[in-house]
Design a protein around this ligand. Structure first.
Ligand SMILES: Cc1cc2nc3c(=O)[nH]c(=O)nc-3n(C[C@H](O)[C@H](O)[C@H](O)COP(=O)(O)OP(=O)(O)OC[C@H]3O[C@@H](n4cnc5c(N)ncnc54)[C@H](O)[C@@H]3O)c2cc1C
Length: 457
């Protein structure tokens, strides 16, 4: 079977690339996805209360990619969500972000955008600056996990009517004959195309490296973000989250001068567990149509290792596994217990003000898993945040660990997302150019535009 363009991965990078190709007149498109269609993407953990180790993981794979179960927060600023700003001009990126936003809107994303009240943002900025926090104002269109799925369903119906979408087939190898690229799947099927876009997401990053390294493609080494997820009563953050939805602040924690940042704030949301090939880490979700009494967010410390250590991903995974070793799953601890140097117990958690939304987390002691340096960094950050949002640093605040964010290895590519092999493109989180829905989709559009230019369209 021969196509003009084959796309590996049906996440935002792959699907927005397909949309752009269709818009520009390319019709002969294949999308190949190792996960199932949207309606079969049910994570059994909610019912069975523990991870069933689905292969591939229903949370990360299938129509919509990792975005399908995501919180669906569209961050509409070139300053967050990826590294495209290092590859293309800011005004070009801004135009792409607008196009992505309009795309999501046309498939049913809600109209409301937070973080646009200039006067209130300036006042918040003043309060942050006074305590040493750098505030990054970012307009956000939250879809919520539930609405996100409706948008993805509409997107699927649009694309399915115009392109070939194949599910439950994992591409395992690539080969090249002249201008033709050939994909072979685990199931033994082969597909050929003139242009190939690889958009396998963060979990496909190592596979991408295995495919591209033998072709002579070099990769940049990346840092790792390690930290915890904080859960507090929603009232504590309400003043800020009703203005910005997600507060993005950066702090240079004084003891180690490390950079700590807030990440993925989920107002009235839930803390969730993620399974990375048997290692459990934490994350957060919010729903538009159902609200918990709590707000959660991550505090992450960025670490760039220098010679001779070159395995930041292995390091982050090791820390998460250490937390898993102690409890069999992820740890939850009250901030007050951490500060008193004692573990949390179920009884102490039950006495606290915050009822955990992640019931599978086991009360324990994060200080046995998280290095001292990170513990100091996040506690200093909470102290600074408390001066802007009193109550964040309360002894009742719950800390879940460990949250680890890996930066995918980034292949050396052109600004059009093309590898040194002509006609072979990469996009999205797997290619290390994005870390969120919007920039992933924008990078897919960039690659699609380059393909149509090659075709003279
Ligand atoms: C729990 C969670 C919450 C999140 N919340 C947000 C949020 O609120 N806002 C935000 O901007 N971002 C959020 N993100 C991040 C966002 O989902 C990702 O940045 C985005 O989905 C990346 O898009 P992508 O297309 O590059 O990759 P993915 O979305 O990861 O898609 C890649 C697809 O490729 C498929 N694939 C991989 N390898 C192969 C192969 N060999 N053969 C065939 N198919 C393959 C995978 O199955 C997957 O479906 C969240 C992520 C998670 C996990």
């Amino acid at each position: 079977m021969e196509y003009q363009v084959a796309i590996v991965g049906a996440g935002p990078a792959g699907t927005f690339a397909a949309l752009e190709l269709l818009k520009r007149g390319i019709k002969d498109i294949l999308i190949i996805e190792k996960g199932p269609p949207l309606e079969e993407r049910q994570c059994p953990m909610k019912e069975k209360l523990e991870c069933q180790m689905c292969k591939p993981c229903r949370i990360l794979s299938g129509w919509g990619g990792a975005g399908a179960f995501s919180d669906g927060k569209l961050t509409l600023s070139p300053r967050v969500g990826g590294f495209l700003g290092e590859i293309i001009r800011e005004d070009t990126l801004q135009t792409l972000i607008r196009e992505v936003d309009e795309g999501f809107l046309s498939f049913g994303a809600p109209e409301i955008v937070y973080g646009t009240n200039a006067e209130a943002l300036e006042e918040l900025d003043n309060r942050c600056v006074r305590v040493g926090l750098r505030f990054i104002p970012v307009p956000i269109r939250p879809m919520g996990t539930d609405r996100c799925r409706k948008v993805l369903r509409n997107l699927y119906q649009h694309i399915k009517a115009r392109a070939n979408v194949i599910f439950n087939q994992e591409v395992v190898s690539l080969s090249f004959q002249g201008e033709t690229k050939e994909l072979t799947t685990k199931e033994g099927k082969s597909y050929r195309s003139r242009y190939l876009l690889l958009a396998p997401g963060r979990e496909g990053n190592l596979w991408l490296k295995e495919q591209l390294s033998p072709l002579g493609v070099d990769f940049h080494t990346n840092p790792v973000d390690v930290g915890i997820r904080v859960e507090v009563p929603a009232q504590v953050m309400e003043e800020v989250t009703s203005l910005t939805y997600e507060l993005k602040v950066i702090y240079n924690a004084p003891s180690f001068d490390d950079q700590v940042r807030t990440f993925c704030m989920c107002p009235h949301g839930e803390v969730v567990m993620e399974n990375r090939g048997g290692t459990f880490t934490v994350n957060g979700h919010s729903y538009m149509d159902s609200h918990s009494p709590n707000t959660n967010f991550a505090l992450l410390v960025k670490t760039t290792f220098t010679h001779p250590f070159q395995s930041p991903v292995a390091y982050g995974e090791y820390l998460a596994r250490l937390a898993n070793l102690l409890t069999g799953t992820v740890i939850v601890q009250r901030l007050g217990d951490l500060k008193r140097g004692r573990r949390s117990t179920q009884e102490r958690i039950d006495r606290g003000l915050v009822k955990p939304t992640l019931t599978q987390a086991v009360p324990g002691d994060l200080s046995f898993a998280l290095p001292y340096r990170y513990l100091v960094d996040v506690t200093e950050m909470l102290e600074a945040m408390d001066m802007v949002m009193p109550g964040v640093n309360s002894r009742h605040a719950l800390l879940y660990g460990i949250e680890v964010k890996f930066y995918s290895l980034r292949p050396m590519i052109t600004w059009e997302m093309e590898t040194p092999i002509p006609g072979l493109f990469v996009a999205g989180d797997g290619a290390g150019v994005s870390r969120g829905l919007v920039q992933a989709a924008a990078s897919g559009i960039l690659a699609a535009q380059a393909i149509t230019r090659r075709q003279g369209l």
